[in-house]
Ligand binder design. Structure first.
Ligand SMILES: [Cu+2]
Length: 120
């Protein structure tokens, strides 16, 4: 329990710093509206991972993932993602192997768009 809480707080820091970066970017592109449109295009990536923790209230998922293939690429790591409203979190459980699709929004925040549990 204690370990889990620690992990969440660490990732919260990551999320906060990402949020600050996103806010700064958002402010910078406020003047030229054309730039906002360009940034609104979603970049997605695909990967496989294992569910480490599920936060249904905050709709966050902590996963240990392998390399995420582009256009949105990411190195293997354990991290928390926000989860899109269309994803059914009740179908997931700790330790479950999944395939997932992530996107990065205009603010630079990563969101899980789709999750497919892998049958063992
Ligand atoms: Cu990651």
């Amino acid at each position: 329990m204690r370990t889990t809480r620690l992990i969440w707080s660490v990732t919260a820091c990551v999320a906060i710093s990402a949020g600050i970066g996103g806010a700064a970017t958002g402010a910078a592109v406020m003047d030229p509206p054309r730039f906002v449109l360009a940034q609104a295009e979603k970049t997605t990536g695909h990967g496989e991972g294992v569910v480490r923790a599920i936060d249904a209230d905050e709709r966050r998922l902590m996963i240990t993932h392998g390399p995420v293939a582009g256009p949105l690429e990411m190195s293997p790591m354990t991290m928390a993602f926000h989860v899109a409203p269309k994803v059914d979190l009740s179908s997931l459980s700790k330790g479950m192997k999944i395939k997932f699709t992530i996107s990065r929004d205009a603010k630079g925040l990563y969101i899980i768009e789709d999750v497919q549990p892998q049958t063992p």
